[in-house]
Write a new protein. Structure first.
Lengths: 110, 115
């Protein structure tokens, strides 16, 4: 029952591209920046994308983000087995005055 | 570059109060909101709430009745108290800094609630 909706899982072959969607509403994604996080089992989430489409230093350009209206997308190109992880979107909700996360998407690289 | 270090009890009995503290080492303390986030085993991230240096807070509505977040600016510390815990509160708890949403995370503390 997360306010931000992500697909539970996505999969693709090595070298291919995958898109992970994040759907929200006018009070959250529609009005605020979106961030994306990568989390491997047993580790702390890592910031991948902030301000919709900006990458922190050290994040390869295979990872890119976009936003349109009340939805956001994380694209990963040139998939590697090392990209297998859980991915979370997040944003601020102006009506709730709260940080929101999506339910997370498990990426499998077949 | 800020580093967040957190500590607190890892094993609680039902009805007890969870208590965690986080210290922000480096960077500005007054320019940000400081958050608590949790992640139940095998599940997603849940934001608990946040506080700034002047004590202004925002809370997750679903937890607000049981949560107190406080700050000690002189020590660059902020704390979480969650009352009347149950097994459903078993999770890894993270402290974090909010700027580009969440940019820095503590190492996490596994809190287990069990009788």
């Amino acid at each position: 029952q997360f306010v931000l909706t992500q697909p539970p899982s996505v999969s693709a072959a090595p070298g291919q591209k995958v898109a992970i969607s994040c759907s929200g509403s006018s009070s959250n994604i529609g009005r605020n920046y979106v961030s994306w996080y990568q989390q491997f089992p047993g580790t702390v989430p890592k910031l991948l994308i902030f301000d919709n489409n900006r990458r922190p230093s050290g994040i390869p350009d295979r990872f890119s983000g976009s936003k349109s209206g009340t939805s956001a997308t994380l694209d990963i190109t040139g998939l590697q087995t090392g990209d297998e992880a859980d991915y979370y979107c997040g944003t601020w909700d102006s009506s709730l005055s709260a940080v929101l996360f999506g339910g997370g998407t498990k990426l499998t690289v077949l | 570059q800020v580093q967040l270090q957190q500590w607190g009890a890892g094993l609680l009995k039902p009805s007890e109060t969870l208590s965690l503290t986080c210290v922000a080492d480096g960077g500005s303390f007054s320019g940000y909101y400081w958050s608590w986030i949790r992640q139940p085993p095998g599940k997603g991230l849940e934001w608990i709430g946040e506080i700034n240096h002047s004590g202004s807070t925002n809370y997750n509505a679903s937890l607000k009745s049981r949560v107190i977040i406080s700050v000690d600016t002189s020590k660059r510390q902020f704390s979480l108290k969650l009352t009347s815990v149950t097994a459903a509160d078993t999770a890894v708890y993270y402290c974090a800094r909010r700027d580009v949403l969440i940019s820095h995370w503590g190492q996490g503390t596994l809190v287990t609630v069990s009788s």
